[in-house]
Design a protein around this ligand. Structure first.
Ligand SMILES: [Zn+2]
Length: 266
């Protein structure tokens, strides 16, 4: 999502959600809808999405409720240069010293995100296909542009119950209300970028579908289902069909919006 610059009340965004283990070494530490993930390794942890600056204390509490130290966060990654996912980077860096890594195409937008006047930290510039390694865990950064120029989808392999699963953490491929797909002066290649984004996303093997908003992958329902079936039941987060359905829905919306704007531009 994108927000008006002056929107300060994040109560709805910061509505709490219990921290929980999704699978293997992947944990949910976000809010009711803002997706933040902790990837735990014996060499320290990776956090994906700091959310808003004022969400960070909640994320820290979630990490610590799971039994991890927030100060063991070694690497901070993000979904894309919108405030609801990466505004809190400076505060996480302050509290943990984590290395902040940002996709190159998102750097101009991310550099303008300075809550409380704090400059946005960037310790490593990422490029499409780059790997981020910690302990035995490797994450791959996939450039899936459109929603922002450097929108990033993360993939990793997770071991659970003797099996290996492909996890996809979608950056977002949604066309927000008000997005200009035709004749966009700030982002002339936006429509082509969405096409590229969809193509890349459809090429990624996906068993476990996660993303920067809980609603993308029906997290609430899956969480309830998980509580119902227990630790030995089938993990509801294994949902390749849900991944495909989400891409289909978003692509349909993209095509319809593009067609509408192309007609209006004639
Ligand atoms: Zn967004």
């Amino acid at each position: 999502m994108t927000l008006p610059l002056l929107a300060q009340d994040h109560t709805a965004f910061n509505k709490p959600w219990p921290a929980f283990k999704i699978m293997g070494n992947v944990y949910y530490v976000g809010t009711d809808d803002l997706g933040s993930f902790l990837i735990a390794t014996p060499q320290g942890n990776i956090l994906i999405n700091s959310d808003f600056d004022d969400t960070v204390p909640q994320i820290r509490d979630s990490v610590e409720k799971l039994g991890f130290k927030f100060t063991d966060t070694k690497i901070l990654l993000g979904s894309h240069a919108h405030g609801d996912h990466m505004d809190g980077d400076a505060r996480v860096k302050e509290l943990t010293g984590a290395q902040v890594m940002v996709m190159e195409q998102d750097i101009p937008a991310i550099s303008r995100m300075t809550p409380g006047g704090k400059p946005h930290p960037i310790d490593r510039v990422l490029h499409d296909g780059d790997e981020v390694k910690l302990g035995a865990t490797t994450l791959v950064a996939h450039l899936t542009p459109g929603h922002t120029k450097g929108c990033t989808t993360w993939t990793l392999k997770v071991q659970d119950g003797g099996k290996t699963y492909n996890v996809v953490i979608l950056g977002s491929i949604g066309v927000n209300p008000g997005y200009i797909l035709v004749g966009n002066k700030d982002y002339p290649q936006i429509a082509d970028d969405y096409v590229r984004g969809f193509k890349t996303l459809r090429s990624l093997p996906c068993d476990v579908f996660l993303g920067s908003h809980a609603r993308f992958y029906n997290m609430h329902e899956k969480y309830e289902q998980m509580a119902k079936v227990g630790a030995n039941g089938p993990n509801p987060f294994i949902d390749p069909a849900g991944y495909k359905a989400h891409l289909d829905l978003q692509e349909k919306n993209f095509r319809a919006t593009l067609e509408e704007q192309q007609k209006a531009a004639k």
